[in-house]
Write a protein that binds this ligand. Structure first.
Ligand code: NBP
Length: 479
């Protein structure tokens, strides 16, 4: 009983989290199905702290302080179920199993309920930041019981990333699958953000006519302003890189077919189920699918439309880049607002008491969407915890208002020149849709009543009505 926590599954993530724990003075027991990985960790990093190697599951469990805390870092899906079962059989009531894999939150809910029956805590934990984050400080999103979180907090806070104000990037998100749920939404937001950055790049390339190096410089300058974020920073890095084989800009030799592992799709599926509009995330997922659909793309390639019009004059290009920055920023605010709507709806649906400001706070560092901007979201919710949408925050509202002319010009220019900007155009439509005095949804309701007697409500009186379209077109009130 010498280790404060154990880690099983020592591939890139588990190995780096174990090292992070050990480096932060926490004796950690380490185990892997195939012992070679455990040995490699000891050989290569054994001097970084106290590692207690375990050759078997029994040995691992025997080496842990009580209540035992065990972090699973194995492949999501069936392997996680197998490992949960293996260890649950060896643990005792009050012990805590933490699943740091990319589990679907519904699987986490199922596992948590099953283990709770056996007196065990199961803490599904979203972990963001990839390999580097795992080693130097990830953003950690634990679910499970508050009681389990109290036991884990000292350890999690020690290994988590630190926000610029020094706060550790972890908090108890909510019960059962809440942690994996918000990790899923985090990834959905990441998809939307990447899509918008891609559109901004495309506009600078095709409308401003700039080289990758010139665009990289622009992203670097944006990164010193309100767009300051990890994704903008790495975009500049990628655009600066030269392909070693051809000497061409690296981005020009990469096939333009985006892939996905599925968390963006999950986000959209759940948003559809909950009836929360997240078009910014959906457009990003669909844009990846569209890019990868070579059959559709080659069939449509000959279709008419503007193609490679002459780029803008240099002074116009400079001005245009300023407009693109505004369109990008405004669209980003919209995408994040949609993500936060989904967090709120998920919390209501599953009975999680998720603090929306705390999510922004723990994403300020360690994760892929880390950005200065997240501190503004934190502040907006600190000021008004029940903000109905981020757009209702006076600061964000003012910024969107100030950006909208540039945003509209950018989208118009893109449309005119045939540059696809589903993210920016969709974000603008969402903005206009929400602020509209009256929507054509009225016509939709009338049509639904016409073909399906689906009824409608009126603007001038309470109640539910139907018009007898196929008879004398008189109106009847339904009860
Ligand atoms: P992998 O997802 O590649 O999983 C490999 C690990 O799972 C190895 O330790 C392997 O043991 C173990 N494993 C498998 Br596969 N089947 C097993 C079984 N039936 N019983 C016991 N162990 C089994 O590793 P990773 O990339 O380090 O990711 C770990 C988890 O963290 C995943 O759920 C992943 O989705 C998640 N995650 C990854 C990232 C990232 O950036 N990579 C970020 C955040 C979360 P073996 O060595 O014996 O084959």
């Amino acid at each position: 009983e010498t280790a404060r926590i154990g880690v099983t599954g020592l591939a890139v993530m588990g190995r780096n989290l174990a090292r992070n724990l050990a480096r932060n003075g926490c004796p950690v027991a380490v185990h892997n199905r195939t012992y070679a990985r455990t040995q490699a960790l000891l050989d290569e990093h054994g001097d970084e702290g106290t590692f207690v190697p375990a050759g078997s599951a029994e040995e691992l469990v025997a080496s842990l302080e009580r209540p035992r805390k065990l972090l699973l870092m194995v492949k999501a899906g069936a392997p996680t179920d197998a490992v949960v079962e293996e260890f649950a059989a060896l643990l005792e009531p009050g012990d805590i199993l933490v699943d740091g894999g990319n589990a679907h939150f519904e699987d986490t809910r199922r596992r948590e309920a099953a283990l709770r029956e056996r007196g065990l805590h199961f803490v599904g934990t979203g972990i963001s930041g990839g390999e580097e984050g795992a080693l130097h400080g990830p953003s950690l999103m634990p679910g499970g019981t508050a009681e389990a979180y109290r036991e884990l907090a000292p350890l999690l806070e020690r290994i988590a990333a630190r926000a610029p104000d020094g706060a550790p990037c972890t908090t108890h998100v909510g019960t059962d699958g809440a942690g994996h749920f918000v990790k899923m939404v985090h990834n959905g937001i990441e998809y939307a953000d990447m899509q918008l950055i891609g559109e901004a790049y495309d506009l600078l390339r095709r409308v401003a006519g700039w080289s990758s190096a010139r665009i990289a410089e622009t992203f670097r300058s944006w990164n010193r302003g309100r767009l300051d974020s990890y994704l903008i920073e790495i975009t500049a890095e990628v655009l600066t890189h030269t392909d070693t084989r051809t000497g061409e800009p690296f981005v020009d030799v990469v096939a333009d077919q985006a892939e996905q592992k599925g968390t963006g799709r999950w986000t959209v599926q759940h948003a559809l189920g909950l009836g929360v509009p997240v078009p910014g995330i959906a457009d990003a997922v669909f844009a990846r699918s569209q890019s990868g659909n070579t059959r559709l793309r080659s069939a449509a390639a000959p279709l008419a439309g503007p193609r490679d019009a002459a780029p803008l004059e240099p002074h116009e290009a400079e001005e245009f880049a300023g407009l693109v920055e505004q369109a990008l920023y405004a669209s980003k605010v919209i995408a994040y607002a949609q993500g936060w709507d989904l967090i709120r709806a998920g919390g209501e649906e599953y009975g999680w008491d998720i603090d929306p400001g705390a999510m922004a706070a723990i994403w300020r560092a360690g994760c892929i969407i880390r950005a200065a901007f997240l501190d503004r979201i934190r502040a907006a919710y600190a000021q008004t915890p029940r903000l109905p949408t981020l757009l209702a925050d006076p600061e964000f509202g003012r910024e969107l208002g100030a950006a909208q002319d540039a945003w509209r010009t950018t989208v118009s220019e893109a449309v005119r020149r045939g540059v696809p900007v589903p993210g920016m155009a969709g974000a603008l439509a969402y903005y206009d849709g929400l602020r509209a005095d009256r929507l054509p949804a009225a016509l939709t309701q009338a049509q639904r009543d016409f073909f399906g007697a689906h009824t409608y409500r009126r603007v001038d009186r309470a109640g539910v009505f139907h018009t007898r379209w196929d008879a004398d077109r008189t109106e009847v009130e339904e009860d």
